[in-house]
Design a binder for this molecule. Structure first.
Ligand SMILES: [Zn+2]
Length: 204
């Protein structure tokens, strides 16, 4: 695989590792879809994790404004699924810091571990495995900004645009490839439900 894998190469890895599944899925937000993607299944294989992280780091390095601040840059993930990406990108870029946020349970806001505090003016690349609705990345961006940190880019392995995706304005967004899926707002509008195809409930 080259340093920048092609869309087909990425799809092959995702299918071979079970990360990408076709079928009929119902998400926790009520959307129905014909595809499900769980990138950590691919990231179990260190070589794939490395391929994806190195490729993302190359996209980041290609941006002159980001390249200029790499020695001071922080790589931050909003959840554990982004951790292998964060460490891989940090290593490949030779960036300064890597850390992450988490939450005790789904009803609580994201927070950092005790004593982890972004610095005012700290420049951050926010990373995750996928961009789907962007809800968690948006929450993470707000959290970082509440400390005075500056989010300079968003980098995810796969972009899976969902009809509910939030806007990040003119923030640069890097991703290795984009994956299309059909989404339906509910069972009544779902083609797959209409065909009585059994569904699987998935949590993000
Ligand atoms: Zn359905």
């Amino acid at each position: 695989m080259h340093l920048l894998p092609t869309h087909d190469e990425i799809m092959r890895v995702l299918r071979e590792t079970g990360a990408l599944r076709d079928g009929h899925f119902v998400y926790s937000n009520g959307l129905h879809s014909d595809r499900y993607l769980q990138v950590p299944l691919a990231m179990r294989y260190y070589q794939h994790a490395k391929t994806f992280s190195v490729a993302l780091s190359r996209l980041l390095r290609a941006n002159p404004e980001i390249r200029a601040i790499i020695p001071e840059l922080s790589i931050v993930a909003p959840a554990t699924a982004g951790l292998p990406v964060a460490y891989g990108v940090c290593e490949a870029l030779q960036a300064k810091r890597v850390y992450w946020a988490e939450r005790e349970n789904e009803t609580e806001p994201l927070r950092f571990r005790q004593f982890i505090e972004p610095l005012p003016g700290e420049q951050v690349v926010l990373v995750d495995d996928i961009l789907r609705t962007g809800t968690k990345l948006g929450e993470m961006k707000t959290l970082l900004e509440s400390y005075g940190a500056i989010v300079v880019a968003l980098a995810v392995v796969i972009n899976v645009p969902n009809p509910q995706v939030r806007s990040f304005g003119d923030l640069p967004i890097m991703y290795l490839t984009q994956l299309e899926a059909s989404y339906y707002a509910d069972a009544a509008s779902c083609d797959l439900c209409r065909k009585s195809i059994p569904f699987q409930k998935v949590w993000l």
